[in-house]
Structures are given as structure tokens and as C-alpha cells.
Design a protein around this ligand. Sequence first.
Ligand SMILES: Cc1cc2nc3c(=O)[nH]c(=O)nc-3n(C[C@H](O)[C@H](O)[C@H](O)COP(=O)(O)O)c2cc1C
Length: 304
Amino acid sequence: MSAEVDGRRKRLLGVVASLRRGGNSEALVKVALQAAAERGALVDIIHLEDLRLGFCDGCLACVYKGDGCRKAPDITWLLRTAASYDGVVVASPTYFLGPPAQVKALIDHGVMEFPRLGTRRPKPAGAIAVAGRPGWDLLSLSVTSQLAMLLGGRLVGGFTAYAPGPAEVLLDPETVGRARELGLAVLEDRSLPVEDGVCPVCRLPWDAGPLQASSGSEAGPGPCPFCLYDPSRPEADHRFTAVHLARHLAEWMVPSRERFLARREQVRKAWERLPPAPRRLRPDRGPGGDEGRGRETDARSGRQ
Ligand SMILES: Cc1cc2nc3c(=O)[nH]c(=O)nc-3n(C[C@H](O)[C@H](O)[C@H](O)COP(=O)(O)O)c2cc1C
């Protein structure tokens, strides 16, 4: 039975990236999980609203020490939790042509996974992008797919749903059907067919306006500018495979650190030659104004 693995029931995790309660992302994740639950899966859900996300400050201690991020313990928890499931379904809204800031914050923190990529067992993952209006969602599914790959490893399917009002998408039976189908595909670890005209890895449209300039040729599309999938070498890595990212770590990140350390003294002198610091402005928070001044951002309010 597809809902079992190693003699136990499969566990699927849904991740709701929207901070809007009762929204379309939440609705579609629940539909996808419900389809899997009906086939015997155990299902759980995480709302980014419940996590303290914070922003990656680029210290890269997670990469060089390999022990998660002390400044963002909830993200470390999320990544470890997702890795313990048999599959993941992610849904994100669209804010100004792509997912909102909390999704990017999470993807940036994903750098902490790089040291573990070699040992990570890829799990099936599904991505749902929700947008209000067709044509206003160029990056939504590609970035949501990137997040799904970070949390799962192997994308088995994804689609974009269109509905502006909260949970309005539930009135569209076709989209509800696609969410169910995606939940089952993740459960069964089965890839869904890819629509024509989009990159089969990240779903970026091949004819995405100026992006085509970097990918088009008379022989057909070249590598996808977003995920680097190359249709002439479909078996090759793309940017988000564990192998590719591990190579990026070994061939770029580690040497760039060593190069920096070798030039640290030169950098310090160049820094000292900078003109005197301009006045740094901060909002006046009044008495007791340190409230909420920590590094972590409250995911729901966006406060830092
Ligand atoms: C600040 C903001 C920006 C938005 N920008 C876009 C956009 O660029 N394109 C689009 O199609 N919809 C846009 N929308 C609409 C949402 O994507 C849409 O309402 C979606 O259903 C929200 O998903 P949710 O219910 O899961 O939060 C925007 C909504 C908000 C609040």
C-alpha cells in the first residue's frame, strides 16, 4: 500500500507560508493532506505564522560549524522536522509577483542545510503557489518550488491556483482536484506531468519575457535561468539538487572563505580608509523603546 513505508504509515507534512488565517494556501494544503489521510497517511501541518523567522545575517557560522543556526532556532527546528517526514506539501501566496518575505527569509536560512546535503535522503515534495490574478505571478511557483525542494528534496509536482479572497479557492473544483492530486502524488512518491512551456524542474515559463534572452536559441531553450535545468542534458544536475549545492559549498563557499581570511588584513586597511561614517538613522521608539528590537522577526506582525 502506497501509504506505508518500512511497515509503518507514511507521514506527510503540510507547510502554510501565508500569514493570513483561513486563506487559500491553508485551504489547499489541508485539501492535499486530506487526500493523503484518506489513503491512510498520518498528516501534520506547520504555519509559518507560528515560527520566529528572523533574517539570515550572513555570518555563515551554520555552514562552517555545521550545527544549525543559534539565532534562528525555529528554522533549525522546521528543517529538522520536515526532514523527519516522508513527504512535504508547501503552499505560498503571491505578493508582488513572487512569494512574500517570510518565504525568502526561510530559503535564505536554508544555507544551514548545506553541510548536511550529502547525507540527506531526498523526499517527495509538492509546491502550490496561490495568486490573485493570472499574469501577476511570474516567480511564485518557481520560488515556492525552491522552498519545497529545500524542505523535501525532490519536487514531484506543483501548480498555481488563482483566487484573491481568503479560502475562495475552495469554490473552484478543478483547483481543489489538483491539490488532492498533488497530495496523493507526494504520498505515492510519483511525479506528475509537467505543463507545456514551463521548466520541468522549477516551472519558470520558458518564454518569460527578458528571461528568454538568457535561455533561448534556435536549437530550443537553453538552461533555465532560475534553476539551471538544461533540456539538452535532462539527466544533469540542476541548481537545487543536493549534489549541485554540495558542489557549490565545496567549490565556491569554502574557497571564498579561505580567500577572504588570507586577505583579511588588506580588507581591514581598506575599511579604515572609508570616509567617516554618515549619521545612522533609526526610528525613535520612545521610552522603553527596545521592545521588539531583537534579531528575530515576529512572523505575523513582521516586527523586528
Ligand atoms: C500585499 C499583497 C500583494 C499581492 N500581490 C499579488 C501579486 O503580485 N499577484 C497576484 O496575483 N496576487 C497578489 N496578491 C493576492 C494574493 O496572492 C492572493 O490574495 C492570495 O489568495 C493570497 O493567498 P492566501 O489566502 O493564502 O494568503 C497580493 C496580496 C497582497 C496582500
